[in-house]
Design a protein around this ligand. Structure first.
Ligand SMILES: [Zn+2]
Ligand SMILES: [Zn+2]
Length: 297
């Protein structure tokens, strides 16, 4: 009898783990404004059974998307963290390619300035439109929506962060059937982010590092340094929020290796943490399974 009971329990556990819906997150671009062969511009794909959401559209987002087996027509919604060029430079590419694919609509959410960017983009590419604008793509650029509620218990919430001189810089919180992913965008240490990231399954956070003597000598860099999150701040954020997995991306690391920075963080933080590469991916279910699409090629 005891054996049958045990068998039944394990069968139930096995079937629930099979049924639990997995949310997949892929870092499409782990880079920053500096061109890099292996690290393209900031962009994150969040994939559920029904939706493909993109957060930031950096350099060559569509190329990385293709590498995970998706086309522009598969994008459901785009969310922009702020209007620095490294986070939006791929948007004209997405929009123009979407027209070529005869996609019907493209919804983009982001900060103040996005609407003007979208209308200027249409103006900028009007010669191309004269030649081949056969589709009827409806481009909707929304600045005002703080929470975007989608089907199947999927909510995207934006929150303000501290990105130096940038007035409207946001992070995003994605909640899906009890799972929570938080993306910092570009920011220095932010109370809002800390509040949102408490209890997150995955926290995707930016970082900056440079040696003290370099910072002291370089006035212009001091401004940049203050508008991003340094190593001590990252350690503080992680020790307060304790995400199941911390993923460092958009690394602005000067005169040091990411490996050593990771070691510095791990000396003072016990949780799981990795530096993202392009196409680093996580399946978030009952556990978090990490892999990289590159290694499957
Ligand atoms: Zn940036
Ligand atoms: Zn920025």
């Amino acid at each position: 009898m005891k054996k049958i009971k045990l068998l039944l329990i394990s069968l139930i556990l096995f079937s629930t783990s099979l049924c639990a819906e997995i949310i997949n997150v892929t870092i499409l671009g782990s880079g920053n404004p500096r061109p890099h062969v292996n690290k393209y511009g900031p962009s994150i794909l969040v994939k559920t059974n029904e939706y493909n959401l993109i957060f930031d559209v950096g350099r060559a987002t569509l190329i990385r998307l293709k590498q995970v087996g998706l086309n522009v027509s598969d994008i459901d919604k785009i969310f922009i963290s702020h209007m620095h060029f490294d986070h939006i430079v791929g948007l004209p590419d997405v929009w123009l390619t979407a027209k070529l694919w005869q996609k019907e609509s493209l919804n983009v959410y982001g900060p103040k300035g996005l609407k003007k960017f979208c209308s200027d983009m249409i103006e900028l590419y009007k010669i191309d439109a004269r030649y081949r604008n056969k589709g009827n793509l409806s481009l909707k650029c929304n600045e005002d929506l703080h929470n975007v509620e989608l089907k199947e218990d999927l909510i995207v919430k934006r929150f303000s962060v501290n990105h130096g001189h940038v007035r409207n810089a946001y992070g995003y919180e994605i909640i899906h059937k009890g799972k929570k992913i938080v993306y910092s965008g570009d920011t220095s240490i932010s109370d809002n982010l800390i509040e949102r990231a408490k209890g997150a399954d995955v926290l995707i956070h930016e970082i900056i590092y440079a040696p003290d003597d370099f910072i002291e000598k370089n006035k212009r860099f001091q401004k940049v340094y203050k508008s991003h999150t340094n190593v001590e701040q990252i350690i503080k954020i992680l020790n307060i929020t304790k995400p199941k997995l911390a993923v460092i991306t958009h690394d602005l690391i000067f005169f040091e290796s990411p490996k050593n920075i990771l070691k510095m963080i791990k000396d003072k933080y016990n949780g799981e943490i990795i530096f993202a590469e392009d196409l680093t991916s996580f399946d978030i279910g009952n556990t978090i399974n990490k892999f990289n699409y590159e290694s499957y090629r």
